[in-house]
Design a protein around this ligand. Sequence first.
Ligand SMILES: Cc1ncc(COP(=O)(O)O)c(C=O)c1O
Length: 294
Amino acid sequence: MSNDHLAYTTPFPMGIEIASANGIYLFDKQGKKYTDLISGIAVSNLGHNNLEINKAIKNQVDEHLHVMVYGEYKQSVQNELANKLCSLLPNELDVFYPVNSGTEANEAALKLVKRVTGRKEIISFNGAYHGSTHGSLSVTGNEQKKSAFYPLLPEIRFIDFNNLNQLNTISTKTAGVIIEPIQGDAGVRIPSLEFINALRARCNEVGAMLIFDEIQTGFGRTGKLFAFEHYNVIPDVLTIGKALGGGMPMGGFVSSKENMNELTHNPKLGHITTFGGHPVCCAAALAVFKYSHF
Ligand SMILES: Cc1ncc(COP(=O)(O)O)c(C=O)c1O
């Protein structure tokens, strides 16, 4: 079938015509089998056609689809997911805000740290990738990806990943620091324990909030539910996505109740998203937790 009316994301698409997917395999229309090493870009942590996830999706479809923006009505599947996720996180991370994608989670996290601190500056790291919308692109440390789209957000500064000396540039002007606890797009760069601990300490010292973008590293990809567990350091905001929805589109950010409450007033609806917390996506995400025995 021709693709003339569908947008392309690269000039040289792979163009495999997918007929079905199962476990780690994709099958094309001719029955050829491919091993899916990219996993939908770090999404299919539990494999394709996971029967538990499929069942949860089908059950939720029969109950209801979208009814109202997240938070206005009580939707048991959203609450159950939030309870499950927060039960697995440190006490400081006790409120979950579901959104539609990874980049939206980071957008909202950037807004949250500005709102909570009343400051404007955001610090990010060279080589970082945080998403493709304007805010997330602004904190992405890769000129090739963003130079065609200037102007981006002001008051963003970049420092070197895993460089202890540059941490002292985080100051009382800094609202937040956003970091992938393991850089993905930059080539799976693992920082030292010392660096992550020093980063946490510097943020504490100057009152800057620390955002861990675990959109790629989350959900077992590093051997623990989240990569931050390897460092014994707790972020102020955790952003998640990709494998969270078990193949359904979903993102989210988690912080303390006190911080999250800042998004409810002045202005109210401080972050608003029509489809965030879509019940079918929440049902799939809940099945991810159940199936993984997290
Ligand atoms: C670390 C990280 N943050 C954010 C994103 C953006 O997520 P999404 O593509 O769902 O917007 C990605 C996607 O590759 C990512 O790897």
